[in-house]
Design a protein around this ligand. Structure first.
Ligand code: NAD
Ligand code: DAU
Length: 364
């Protein structure tokens, strides 16, 4: 992309958002990226350590539901691109407390779409600009049986409060394209893994427990299937959608990489055994696996058919699961303080001190 963009990234301090901001920063040094993030429990400024504020990067601590703040940012920055990651993202939390999911994922997306519309952020008929890229999930399609794949035309059938809130936000984004001509593109991606993933999600949670010789909780029979994609491959796909995608279109993104949860958990155990030696008990870390009661409404299988993005935009994943898991385990081993700061809560003190004044003005 030769053009310069002014990009609003929401949720840039989370797992995928931080990897995406890092990709833009390394590749498009003339772009201006404004990162709007509330710094919930899932946001961590350390995910963007090394990226300094200046002409090409600005951080705002704020809530996407704060429509005054969001409208002010559009007026001030004149964005031509929005990449909207900010969300409550963890299915288990949506089961125990759905309210925050409804607010952030639905009302927050509405607030951004409305600010973009009010700012006159409409299709200018010149191809790639402007663009409102709404980042969503394959979970909106529900659960597959033993065969078949999710395509862009699979009917929506969300089954958790999280996926229902994401489905709702997808429908809102799509409605803003059809009704107002807002240049919306939507991506629905499968399970990501890699650096900076919050250690409540399966892979970093199992890594951390296995490292500390704790039990490894596997829900149900451990045979649920997810289609895993290395996070940098996801971020590359998003750049392709920005660069070459078409407004009003949805793109499924996936790794053609279905694994049962038990396979993933045993792989992490085996990699740690190989790199660190056996657990202190002298047993392989697999012996820590403990079957626990199943997640309520646990979707059995997800699998993406990525034909559209491969054929229309030329994207395909570059990192195999074996390579990606090795890189991921190495990253978590090399960044143990990043994990332990989260587990002991000190990462929040770090940003609370840094952004105390902003917290008071921008968080309602
Ligand atoms: P995450 O939970 O790691 O990060 C979410 C970020 O959003 C955090 O930095 C958090 O502080 C911020 N945030 C939350 N509420 C906010 C609000 N009201 N205002 C401003 N910022 C707020 O999430 P993730 O795993 O990086 O997922 C990012 C996006 O990608 C989400 O929309 C998710 O639905 C989607 N997605 C995730 C995956 C996956 O495997 N993780 C797969 C497909 C799609
Ligand atoms: O498919 C995309 C989705 O992937 C994203 O939209 C979500 O934001 C993201 O969180 C992820 O959802 P999952 O529910 O699939 O991810 P999670 O890591 O929570 O769980 C992966 C699988 O592992 C799932 O079948 C539940 C199981 N699991 C999870 C945890 C945390 C366990 O067996 N034990 C656990 O402790």
């Amino acid at each position: 992309m030769k053009n310069k963009r002014k990009v609003l990234v929401t949720g840039g301090c989370g797992f995928i958002g931080a990897n995406f901001v890092r990709l833009l920063h390394s590749r498009y040094d003339a772009w201006r990226v404004v990162n709007l993030d509330k710094l919930t429990y899932a946001g961590n400024l350390k995910n963007l350590e090394g990226i300094e504020e200046g002409n090409t990067y600005r951080f705002i601590r704020g809530d996407i539901c704060d429509s005054e703040l969001v409208a002010g940012l559009f007026a001030e920055e004149h964005f031509d691109t929005v990449v909207h990651f900010a969300a409550e993202s963890h299915v288990d939390r949506s089961i125990t407390g759905p309210g925050a999911f409804i607010r952030t994922n639905i009302e927050g997306t509405f607030s951004l779409l409305e600010a973009a519309r009010q700012a006159g952020f409409a299709d200018n008929g010149q191809g790639s600009q402007p663009c409102f890229l709404h980042i969503s999930t394959d979970e909106v399609y529900g659960s597959l049986g033993q065969s078949g794949y999710f395509t862009e035309t699979t009917p929506y059938d969300p089954r958790s409060p999280y996926s229902a809130s994401k489905a709702s936000s997808d429908h809102l984004a799509s409605a803003y394209f059809h009704t107002y001509g807002l240049p919306v593109r939507i991506t629905n991606c499968s399970n990501n893994y890699g650096p900076y993933q919050f250690p409540e999600k399966l892979i970093p949670l199992i890594f951390n427990n296995a490292l500390h010789n704790k039990t490894l909780p596997v829900y149900g029979d451990g045979r649920n299937i997810r289609d895993w994609l290395y996070v940098q491959d996801h971020c590359e796909a998003l750049v392709e959608v920005l660069e070459k995608g078409r407004n009003g279109q949805c793109y499924n993104i996936g790794g053609n990489n279905e694994k049962q949860n038990l396979e993933v958990v045993t792989l992490i155990c085996d990699l740690l055994d190989k790199k660190l030696g056996l657990a202190p008990s002298g047993q392989p870390r697999r012996s820590l696996i403990t079957f626990v009661p199943d997640r309520l409404g646990h979707d059995r299988r997800y699998a993406i058919d990525p034909t559209k993005i491969r054929e229309q935009l030329g994207w395909q994943p570059r990192v195999t699961f074996a390579e990606g898991m090795e890189k991921t385990v190495d990253w978590y081993l090399a960044n143990r303080p990043w994990v332990s700061d989260i587990v002991n809560g000190s990462y929040q003190k770090y940003y609370a001190e840094m952004y105390n004044n902003i917290l008071n003005t921008h968080i309602k």
